[in-house]
Unconditional design. Structure first.
Length: 753
């Protein structure tokens, strides 16, 4: 079902002015209930009601009396007393509800609200199994917690009627929708500045020491020295840590194209302009500029890990791209392809962003934001492009030339790459964002975090785990993945709040090389879980035949893996020690061993389906368990289980990565460094407490918010105080239940009291 305006971005917003929507002040707010669990209004892009036996209502005269008569005729079994109210509901649904009206559809199962705008007239869908009367809706806000409304408004929305007017909560609903924003023309003046800076940087290709001096001068001149600290945290080849001793041009440009505030970006860009003597004006608006993840802002690896030629290769790529943009000959094409391939050792989305920065009118960025936009809005063009997370030089060149031809076509709605990039950003952050598969979407115009949208099904590796917000360095993630491949079974253990399940799922995706892979399944152990639940057991058949053998999630995963032997499958078991692992796994304790994954090692299951049935675990099934070692109520894992798994310890992380990640969400960097030191001090105290130990340390998840600071309505200090009071203080009181004065003192230290 189409929404009102199919175009996106600034261009489409202007086009919507003549669309026939009523003004903000004139629209009516409706509530509508749905008691059919199988109906998803967001997926339908519509609201629906019943009385299906009434048939198509579009030909009925637009009066309540006509609807009442039609209902009495078409639904003779309808209770006579309820006919007037039913007819009134249908009449309002067809004729009173108008284009542009607000509709609120509560989701009772999630205690949430979906809020949208009516975008078209009544439709009858005879092929729908139930609720065939439809009104198309463009959903603007989905999954809004009911708690965001006042109690009075919540009571109003809980009305027992199918369709009703919302009066008490109308202003609150409008506030949630957000007042219409004044439309402003996008500013692409940055597209003149960026190539200037790239050219100036290329002059330092063979004098990088002088370039580094200029970068440090810029950090001072901009007044933003704290935002350059991420360049002072390299792991040097002599085993120490310190400032980077080499740089490439893309990383320099990235210093103001990261998840930082727009005013900070402008300050740094201006300081570069002054330091390198560029022609003003310097940019203060960045429409259509993709930004880097704060946790992955370097284009090269750490000094003690990277190959000697890595940074030289990036300089060559920059020079080759500039040469191709100036004159696309066979020679410059070959040079660009070779240079791109030399740098394309992992995912290439970030690489294409850097090339776009240096010549935004010659190249497109193939970040996930643009990729999503192209696939959704221009599928025919997308089919001609290589849009995977990793592409080679030939594909990048082919994309570039295909794209240029498309932009040159007069039928194309965009005239430049920056204009398209801005439209893509507006698409994934605007009302249509609910249709975009994602993990997180940033809003650099006001909330400076990465605009890169994570796509289900795209290639996924260790770098992707970092991009998703992991504070563990790549050098430690890669061995974890190696152990999973070799041992088949690993357990992530550590204190509460260290992200064990979060990481376990992503290690599975990385093993499968696919984001949100359907080959990764998550289950949770609990005290009442049995072998019969997890592996196989007798269960009621649901018919008169009594009991039947039913496979549990483990055997189902084994079947899937066996039918797909060339690809890995992963089972993530949360809280593996919350149940009784040895009892739940039974003979699987032997069968899951890496060297027992073959037919000649098959064993009889406790509940065979037929005499002589033997079973073995497919070699392409991997198991990732998570274990909270601090919970006193959990089972101690026996040695038999320990022999079958490789154990990996996760620890709290409050270092530079944590600071940079939260700073990208708007939190004050200086306060974050202070807070991180306080938690490290607390964890030191906990580690040395004879009644506790390091397994009781406080993990970073407690202090890693999902929301931007602006969304909390607090400043950084207020957010910290709330987390300590509501999340951490109760945990400390549980730790020191017999010594409450220690819990109180520790809480006060966290608050700086």
């Amino acid at each position: 079902m189409a929404s009102l305006c199919l175009g996106v971005g600034t261009r489409s917003r202007r086009d919507c002015r003549g669309s026939g929507l009523r003004s903000f002040a004139m629209r009516t707010t409706w509530g509508i209930h749905n008691d059919q669990p199988e109906i998803d209004p967001v997926t339908d892009e519509a609201v629906r009601i019943g009385w299906d036996e009434a048939g198509d209502l579009s030909a009925i005269e637009a009066t309540r009396e006509a609807f009442k008569a039609a209902l009495a005729e078409r639904m003779p079994d309808l209770d006579e007393a309820s006919t007037p109210s039913s007819a009134g509901t249908l009449y309002r649904f067809v004729h009173s509800m108008a284009d542009g009206d607000v509709v609120v559809c509560p989701d009772r199962s999630a205690r949430a609200l979906n809020i949208g705008l009516v975008t078209g007239p009544y439709e009858f869908h005879p092929d729908s199994r139930v609720y065939r009367h439809w009104r198309p809706v463009r959903w603007v806000r989905t999954g809004v917690p009911r708690a965001e409304l006042s109690v009075a408004a919540q009571h109003e929305i809980s009305a027992a009627t199918t369709l009703f007017l919302i009066k008490t909560g109308e202003d609150e609903i409008e506030h949630l929708l957000g007042a219409p924003q004044p439309q402003t023309e996008p500013n692409y003046s940055w597209a003149d500045y960026y190539p200037q800076l790239a050219d100036a940087l290329l002059d330092f290709r063979h004098n990088r020491g002088a370039l580094l001096e200029k970068v440090w001068k810029v950090s001072q001149a901009s007044g933003r020295t704290e935002l350059f600290k991420y360049l002072r945290a390299d792991h040097l080849s002599d085993g120490t840590r310190g400032s980077v001793r080499d740089l490439d041009p893309f990383t320099v440009l990235g210093s103001f194209n990261r998840g930082i505030r727009p005013d900070a970006r402008a300050d740094i860009a201006g300081a570069y302009g002054t330091e390198f003597g560029l022609v003003p004006p310097y940019p203060n608006s960045f429409d259509g500029v993709p930004v880097l993840n704060n946790l992955n802002s370097w284009f090269f690896g750490r000094e003690n890990e990277r190959d000697p030629q890595d940074i030289d290769s990036l300089w060559e790529l920059c020079d080759a791209a500039v040469g191709y943009a100036a004159n696309a000959t066979e020679g410059t094409r070959e040079r660009l392809v070779s240079a791109f391939d030399a740098c394309a050792t992992g995912g290439t989305r970030k690489l294409t962003m850097g090339i776009y920065w240096i010549r935004p009118h010659a190249f497109a960025a193939y970040d996930s934001t643009n990729t999503t936009f192209l696939k959704k809005q221009f599928p025919e063009l997308a089919a001609k492009l290589a849009l995977n997370a990793r592409i080679n030089g030939e594909q990048f060149l082919a994309n570039t030339e295909t794209f240029k031809a498309w932009l040159a076509d007069t039928a194309t709605p965009y005239s430049s790459f920056p204009e398209l990039s801005n439209a893509a950003y507006n698409y994934v952050t605007g009302p249509d964002a609910s249709n975009v598969p994602q993990i997180a979407i940033g809003e650099p115009a006001t909330k400076p975090v990465s605009t890169d949208v994570a796509l289900a099904g795209e290639s996924y590796g260790v770098d992707s785990i970092r991009d998703d917000g992991c504070f563990i360095p790549t050098s430690e993630l890669e061995p974890m993945l190696e152990r999973l491949r070799a041992r088949k079974n690993i357990i992530l253990q550590g204190p509460p709040g260290t992200g064990k399940t979060w990481l376990g799922r992503r290690l599975g995706w990385a093993l499968c090389d696919e984001r949100r892979s359907s080959r990764v399944e998550v289950v949770q152990f609990h005290p009442s879980l049995s072998y019969e639940d997890f592996v196989r057991g007798w269960r009621p058949s649901g018919t008169s035949e009594g009991l039947q053998l039913a496979d549990g999630p483990f055997l189902e995963m084994c079947t899937n893996a066996e039918e797909d032997p060339d690809r890995p499958w992963v089972l993530v078991i949360e809280e593996i020690n919350r149940g009784n692992p040895a009892q739940v796994l039974g003979e699987l304790l032997t069968l899951i061993e890496a060297d027992k994954r073959s037919a000649d090692q098959a064993m009889r299951l406790a509940y065979p389906r037929q005499a002589g049935e033997r079973f073995f675990v497919p070699p392409n099934l991997h198991i990732i368990g998570t274990m909270n070692v601090a919970d006193r109520s959990l089972a101690i894992v026996d040695m038999a289980l320990r022999r079958r798994f490789a154990f990996i310890e996760l620890t709290p992380s409050f270092g530079e990565d944590w600071v940079q990640h939260l700073n990208g969400l708007g939190y004050d960097i200086d306060l974050l460094e202070t807070y991180g030191e306080r938690v490290r001090s607390l964890n030191e105290t906990i580690s040395h407490d004879s009644a506790l130990g390091r397994q009781y340390c406080i993990g970073h998840s407690y202090f890693t918010p999902a929301a931007h600071l602006e969304e909390t309505g607090l400043d950084t200090a207020g957010w910290w105080r709330r987390v300590v009071d509501t999340d951490v203080r109760p945990l400390l009181e549980e730790y020191w239940f017999d010594r409450p004065e220690l819990a109180e003192a520790a809480s006060e230290k966290l608050l700086g009291m």
